[in-house]
Write a new protein. Sequence first.
Length: 608
Amino acid sequence: MRIVEWIKRYKFKNSLRTQLILYFMIVSLVVLAVGSYFSYSFMLETVKGQNEKYLLQQFRQLEQNMTATINDVDRLSKLFIMDEPVQQFLVANINSDEIAAMETHKSILRRITDFLSNYSHINSIYMYTRNSGEIGGSARNILINRDNEGAGNAFQHEIFEKATDSFPALVLEGGKNETYFNPSIISSKTHLISVVRAVKPIYDTRKSAILVFNIDERNFASVYSATVDASEGNMYIINGSDEIISSSDGTKIGTVSPAASQIHKEASFGSYVSKEADGQIQIVYYKLKHTNWYIVREIPLAIYSGDIFAMQKMIVIIFSFSMLFIFMASFYWLRKAMEPLNMLTGKMRDLSSGKLGSTFAKIPNNEFGFVITRFNEMSVSIVELLNKNDQIQDEKRKLEIEALQSQINPHFIYNTLNMIKWMAAMIKAKNIYDSIVALGNMMRPAFKDTEPTCTLKEEIDYLENYLKIMNWRYGNRIRFELHIPQNLFACKVLKFILQPLIENSVIHGMKNHGNDIRLIIAGIEHENDFSIIISDTGGGIDPQKLTEINETLASPDKMKPKNHNASIGIYNVNRRILLSFGDPYGVRVESIYGEGTKVSILMPKSVE
């Protein structure tokens, strides 16, 4: 519980550094596990492949040794047949002279004894004839049977039929003991490898006998068993019936090999892995030439797994120390790398708590540096925007105060104008009467409502009343033209933005030019906004003064008009537009000195 509380207290769950370290550790462990599995599988397959190559060479060497042994027995059997007493036995009749037959039997038995004495790998020799009976024996037992019927029955045995059919080639047979060849022996535990061939007298074409040279299986197995350690598995030979006829483990002889069912009989060499109760076993097999026998090698994979696991253990230890070192180095590196992010997080917390203007003095030269630079710019921009907003609000308040100061009670004004109007009517002063009516119509929008905007049509109506009054003042010297598309009349504009500009054109035009003034108000529609252009034929503006005016209009925050009266006119109009709509809207002035002036107003197009 204390550990959980400690983790919660330090917010390890939400720490990016902790998440990166945990992610690194998890990925490393997964890589270690997957790498160990694949390295184990790869090494095991490599060991099995190398073992197969080694066993193939060993099998071929064993095949050569076994072939040499069989060839030696073949040579001895041919020598045995050429012996004179053997030839006499082959051609003799069972009904011939008994004394001569006994002498022949003695001679053959002596010859057999000589062979057994001189060639220790030969266990016994037997010969079965069609007419002369059976004879043979081993070091302990002999067989003499002059019964023609019994001898003839021997030819009916399967291996003897094979030998007869295969004449003059040898036939190899295994899995038999001496009781099979000598019925007089009750039991025998000695397993034999039999070399069987059909024979005939030298001067006869008929196959009249079967000669059997039996090799003690233990001598035969010694060819390969010396290379097999009992703890490293078993090696044995199976015949075409899948019966084990020779084995490094003698107890297996005579049993059916469990591995034989998965041996591809058409293949001369192969390998597969069998799952047994005591573990996995690699089965490698090789077919002996000119036979249907297979040499089979069983190898428990555990003998390789131990070495592989030992090597893996060493790899794991090395990897663990390496990972520990990497973890420590990564922890230190992540701590250094995450320091700018931690500082940025702290600054952002300060910013959210109201500490505006927080910036970094030291900026790293990496991706964090880019983010920190943008943060510094954002923090400074927020302060500048707030200051600018405060400045705008101050200016709005000043404008409101100025507007309040210039306001007069509307009821007083209307009552006064109404009184003057009727006084003019009583004395039949029509021009005074019309002037008062125009002034009343002109001032009505100022007091009708408090909305800051009106339609362009309402603004033009107000302007026409103003120009009527100005014409009476200047003796009808002002000519007024209107060129505005009908669809623009419904657009919203700020109230009273055209009158100050018209007033400037009239007053300065009359002052500088002295002739009649021609005023043209045109409207141009754009995609999202529209322009109102006021042109006059006054005397124009001095180039230096025109530059000052445009600079003041372009930088209203930094520059104030030198003439205070200008704040009531063109500067005030420009400032009101900027405060209401922002850039790029406002007022621009063009003038040719001595010819006239053109004032352009750009406003967004808005229709209610």
